[in-house]
Design a protein around this ligand. Structure first.
Ligand SMILES: [Zn+2]
Length: 207
């Protein structure tokens, strides 16, 4: 008798459980409409620029925090990430991507570095080099020209960030490409981003 009751309870339980399983499967695997095309990436200034006038930068070598102007910080980042001899448009693109990545990281990594917003390590947050060290690495005859190029790239793009569907993107970037990029999750693991898919890239031409 007991076995029969247990069997009936089990049947009733399964009657509820099976629909739940199937319902959840369909809910967690949405079918994308073929008509829904992904939106384009855009460069705009929709975020509140005043919220990020200054940032707290953690210097990992000295474990000290420095409060710096965002655009001055970006000059140090851009000069660490891309050769200043590159075309001005490339430097501007780097400035926009670095600004986007900085703000996205500050929002996403809140609390990761204690009171600091972001650190100066390329293996953790984003590369940074002091102006003094940067100038030392350049030949004396191009120092002023190169630094002015970096400053112009940052200043001429002030407030500009990359967005996708109105949201600031996770602007992961790399120094070069062999003709085709890798899907972001294939490199970093974790979630996928509709705007970081594998694409053909133009090969660098010798000028
Ligand atoms: Zn960091």
């Amino acid at each position: 008798m007991k076995k029969t009751i247990i069997f009936i309870i089990l049947i009733i339980f399964l009657c509820f459980l099976i629909p739940i399983i199937f319902t959840q499967r369909f809910e967690t695997a949405p079918v994308l409409s073929e008509n829904k095309k992904p939106q384009e990436l855009q460069v705009d200034s929709t975020y509140d620029y005043n919220d990020f006038t200054t940032i707290k930068l953690l210097h990992t070598a000295s474990n000290s925090i420095e409060e710096v102007n965002l655009d001055e910080y970006l000059c140090n980042v851009v000069s660490a990430e891309i050769p200043a001899s590159y075309n001005m448009e490339a430097l501007k693109a780097q400035a926009v991507v670095a600004r986007t990545y900085t703000i996205y990281t500050i929002i996403k990594n809140k609390g990761k570095h204690g009171n600091a917003d972001i650190c100066d390590s390329s293996s953790c947050c984003q590369a940074w080099i002091s102006k003094e060290n940067r100038l030392e690495k350049w030949n004396e005859d191009v120092r002023t020209e190169y630094w002015n190029k970096i400053v112009e790239a940052v200043n001429s793009t002030i407030g500009e960030v990359v967005t996708y569907e109105g949201e600031m993107i996770n602007a992961l970037y790399h120094a070069n490409s062999g003709g085709k990029t890798e899907i972001a999750s294939g490199v970093w693991g974790g979630g996928d981003y509709p705007y970081l898919q594998s694409v053909e890239t133009a090969r660098r031409r010798r000028i």
